[in-house]
Write a protein that binds this ligand. Structure first.
Ligand SMILES: N[C@@H](CCC(=O)N[C@@H](CS)C(=O)NCC(=O)O)C(=O)O
Length: 223
């Protein structure tokens, strides 16, 4: 059983990052949080990204610091924690409830099969020292991401949302991560059933201010 202390949460995140899925979940839960932006990928401002080192030696956002000082890293773990910590928000099936296994399955899949690939996509020199190989590596990583979205789309059984008639953290996670490259236009093509779902999440009026501030639908946002 997840216990909750109603003191202040601190969330290390960044505009346009996977941390925005956590921001969306806390927004739907009606839970205020102190936000610390850390642009971990900004080579021109390394001090910005370094801020998250206070919570995550992996130098990645998101990281959530609970009121007692306990640290949660990993977007999947944070989103699943939110489901249990704010059960009244109904952001996903609780342990033992129907749909719980699929929540665990697909949140883990988005994290492990897709989100983790951005570590190399965003900086191919991490695995391939020769710049001559970077373009091909990036292109293959994007193909793999599209393939993973397609395989997921073929196996989920969405209603209005991926796990039923109400949005869950899984919908928020997919809506945010599918906005990374290869971006939404390709996502819609390979994952037509999830395309309907993410459009519903994009249009949720409770999230309109958050999207505008943290992940705007600017010109060309779909790719
Ligand atoms: N496994 C981590 C991945 C987080 C992640 O890749 N965050 C990106 C921002 S969207 C980041 O901070 N990247 C910087 C880096 O990997 O060096 C999670 O799911 O939270």
């Amino acid at each position: 059983m997840t216990t909750r202390d109603d003191g202040e949460l601190t969330l290390f995140s960044a505009r346009g990052s996977g941390g925005v899925a956590v921001e969306a979940a806390l927004t739907l839960a009606g839970q205020p949080y102190r936000l610390v932006d850390a642009y971990t990928w900004d080579k021109d401002d390394p001090q910005s990204g370094d801020r998250v080192l206070a919570a995550n030696p992996m130098r990645q956002v998101p990281a959530l610091v609970l009121p007692g000082g306990e640290v949660l890293t990993e977007s999947a773990a944070i989103l699943l924690w939110i489901v249990e910590a704010y059960p009244e928000a109904r952001l996903g099936p609780l342990p033992g409830a129907p749909g719980r296994a699929q929540l665990l399955r697909w949140v883990s899949f988005v994290s492990a099969a897709i989100y983790s690939l951005y570590w190399v996509k965003d900086d191919p020199s991490r695995l391939v020292p020769d710049p001559a190989g970077h373009e091909a590596l990036e292109s293959r990583v994007l193909d793999r991401i599209a393939e993973c979205w397609g395989k997921m789309d073929a196996q989920v059984e969405p209603a209005a949302f991926l796990l039923g008639e109400a949005p869950s953290v899984l919908d928020l996670y997919v809506a945010v991560v599918s906005r990374f490259r290869p971006r939404r236009r390709r996502f819609y093509a390979v994952a037509p059933r999830m395309a309907e779902v993410v459009r519903r999440v994009d249009g949720d009026p409770r999230l309109a201010a958050l999207w505008a501030e943290r992940m705007p639908f600017g010109p060309g946002w779909e790719g």
